[in-house]
Design a protein around this ligand. Structure first.
Ligand code: AMP
Length: 119
């Protein structure tokens, strides 16, 4: 059984503007900002504005327009940062086996260098 959403998680605080972020892109349903501890020359997080834990939770509960809004935000962010020519990687950690640190759905976008093997 999946956990309940925790409104005190750090990304919920960013969405409520209680703590700052370096915003890259925003639409009605999603926000993109720089990761505080970048693992590549470009490392961006894209999050839905709604209260979702993971892709499974989002897929089950979000409306079609929220899902479209998040996927479009990933695409727009990648374009805006000029990643589409040389390529980029998208990753979303969910739960214990993936060592998810922040319990609010997020997609990492990595780019700016060759990213090596998948894991
Ligand atoms: P994950 O392990 O997939 O849950 O990744 C969580 C990510 O959130 C990590 O890459 C952290 O560096 C990043 N992170 C944590 N706090 C912040 C913050 N305040 N602003 C931006 N990124 C953050």
């Amino acid at each position: 059984m999946e956990k309940k959403y925790d409104d005190n998680n750090i990304f919920a605080k960013i969405l409520r503007e209680e703590i700052p972020c370096k915003k890259v892109y925003e639409n009605e349903y999603a926000l993109s900002f720089e990761d505080i501890n970048p693992q590549a020359p470009v490392h961006i997080l894209v999050i839905p504005k709604g209260r979702y834990l993971s892709v499974a939770d989002f897929s089950e509960k979000a409306s079609d327009i929220e899902i479209a809004g998040l996927i479009r935000a990933i695409g727009e962010t990648s374009e805006k940062l000029g990643l589409t020519a040389d390529g980029y990687r998208i990753l979303s950690n969910a739960g214990t086996n993936a060592n998810q640190e922040v319990p609010h759905l997020h997609f990492h976008i990595f780019g700016g260098r060759n990213l090596g093997g998948m894991l």
